[in-house]
Design a protein around this ligand. Structure first.
Ligand code: ASP
Ligand code: MG
Length: 467
């Protein structure tokens, strides 16, 4: 039995043109595989709009959140109308969408009533989970209209998580039970389930989300649970690139990556896949493909367990960080905790020390700021840390600065020093503040000042494409 899990992101369900691409792909693949499982994200921008609306609700701005809900309604209904459904199908779909939108307004009302002080992650999850539910309904109806036995399934009934709202972790045992009980029998009856990505629920049915971009992670959990043959993630780029094409013009698609390389890439700033999706696939050796919905004929990138490494630098990423330095050697646990507190407060995520370097008279640590935190997060963090460090504590004082962590990724990089040598040679006289081989065995990270980051990125990329 072959099973294909396909995840379609917001850009590949957001417009009528994208939906018709998706339809063609699903019709074709449904004929190639014994079972197909779909995972869909909310339409482009919908999750952001829902978060904005929830904040308006928190401040009692009823007109504000109602306006956003009305826009969402108009957008989903227009998409439904563009599908050229029969009259009854369209009316039924509109009624289903309206029921969800009604529940959404109730969720906002609850936020207004309860959350004058802080918007709880629990109430936020209840509201933002609606985006994926709306999208799954539309996709399932479209597929049914074209002869597939598709059914929209709310992943809150399948993916059971802990109660860490906003970044929940699935409970694999409970989730497996649901998959075996509810999903497996559908597949055996040749039903094509269209699951909502991104969302789950606690064992007591409270809606949770798996973190921004979490639909990828949903696809990977469902692939493990259904013992899938492969997982394909469809987006609007040609695959995983050798660098961010916005930063490096001659970036190109990478044909193949190992699970380790992909995990490091996601960890160090490549935004295309959710960082937590790789580990379950690696553990169960399920191959992953990243493909472009607009060019399904292209192979995209294949991520799998490669035998042997091909000893080359494949990709280079850049991520923002904060570096802290002090003119003494000694413990740094306290300062790491302080960074963590500020990061929790400013960005809502916890921090990890990525690189720590010490010598006789100096300590230097670097913490990564996740890409999901947004462009202004690092400067806000550096400022708030700087303020505290300058007013409290004895001297010498910790000095804080915004840095970039540029990471070269490739399976041989830790074991074949020649690769690292090429890379250092390419950097000429650019100062490196700290360097570290990744614990994952296939990455080398360099901490550089923000001003040098783009040059370092481009120089390493040049080595990558020539290696
Ligand atoms: N819709 C969610 C988000 O925007 C999840 C996803 O797209 O994967 O983060
Ligand atoms: Mg994504």
């Amino acid at each position: 039995m072959t099973t294909l899990v396909m995840k379609f992101g917001g850009a590949s369900v957001g417009t009528t043109a994208a939906l018709s691409q998706m339809l063609g792909i699903v019709l074709y693949e449904a004929a190639q595989w014994d079972h197909v499982v779909l995972v869909v994200s909310a339409l482009d921008g919908v999750t952001d709009a829902l978060i904005d609306a929830a904040h308006l609700a928190q401040f009692g701005n009823e007109r504000g959140y109602r306006r956003i809900a009305a826009n969402l309604r108009a957008r989903h209904l227009a998409l439904a109308e563009g599908l050229q459904l029969g009259k009854t199908e369209l009316a039924a779909l509109q009624a289903d969408l309206d029921k969800l939108l009604f529940d959404l307004l109730s969720a906002f009302q609850r936020i207004t009533q309860k959350n004058r002080d802080a918007l709880s992650a629990e109430n936020l999850d209840a509201a933002v989970s609606m985006g994926e539910r709306l999208a799954a309904l539309i996709v399932a109806v479209l597929l049914r209209q074209h002869g597939l036995r598709a059914v929209a399934i709310d992943a809150a009934d399948i993916i059971i998580t802990d109660a860490n709202f906003g970044a929940a972790t699935p409970n694999l045992t409970l989730t497996q039970e649901r998959i075996d009980r509810d999903l497996r029998p559908m597949l055996e009856r040749n039903i094509l389930p269209v699951l909502t990505g991104f969302i789950g629920a606690t064992p007591t049915h409270k809606p949770t989300t798996l973190g921004r971009g979490g639909s990828d992670y949903s696809a990977s959990i469902l692939a493990v649970g259904t013992k899938a043959t492969e997982v394909w993630v469809w987006s609007d780029v040609d695959g995983i690139m050798s660098a961010d094409p916005h930063e490096v013009l001659d970036a190109r698609v990478i044909g193949e990556l190992s699970y380790n390389e992909m995990a490091e890439l996601a960890h160090f700033g490549a935004r295309i896949l959710h960082a937590r999706m790789v580990a379950p696939l690696r553990q169960h050796q399920i191959p992953l493909r990243v493909k472009n919905v607009y060019k399904p004929q292209l192979a995209g990138t294949l991520i799998h367990a490669k035998t042997g490494s091909d000893n080359q630098i494949k990709s280079v990423t850049q991520i923002a960080g904060v570096a802290l330095a002090i003119d003494r050697s000694g413990p740094y646990g306290e300062i790491a905790n302080l960074v963590d507190q500020h990061m929790q407060r400013e960005i809502g995520t916890s921090s990890d020390v990525m690189i720590a370097a010490q010598s006789a008279q100096r300590t230097f640590i670097t913490c990564v700021v996740p890409a999901s935190a947004g462009p202004d997060a690092v400067s806000a963090l550096v400022e708030s840390l700087g303020r505290e460090l300058n007013t409290t504590g004895p001297s010498p004082r910790w000095h804080v600065q915004q840095v970039s962590i540029v990471t070269a990724i490739g399976d041989g990089i830790n074991s074949v020093p020649r690769l690292a040598a090429k890379l250092f040679a390419a950097l000429g006289d650019i100062p490196i503040l700290a360097a570290s081989f990744g614990a994952g065995g296939c990455s080398l990270s360099l901490v550089v000042s923000q001003a040098e980051a783009d040059t370092v990125l481009r120089e390493i990329h040049r080595v990558a494409i020539n290696s």
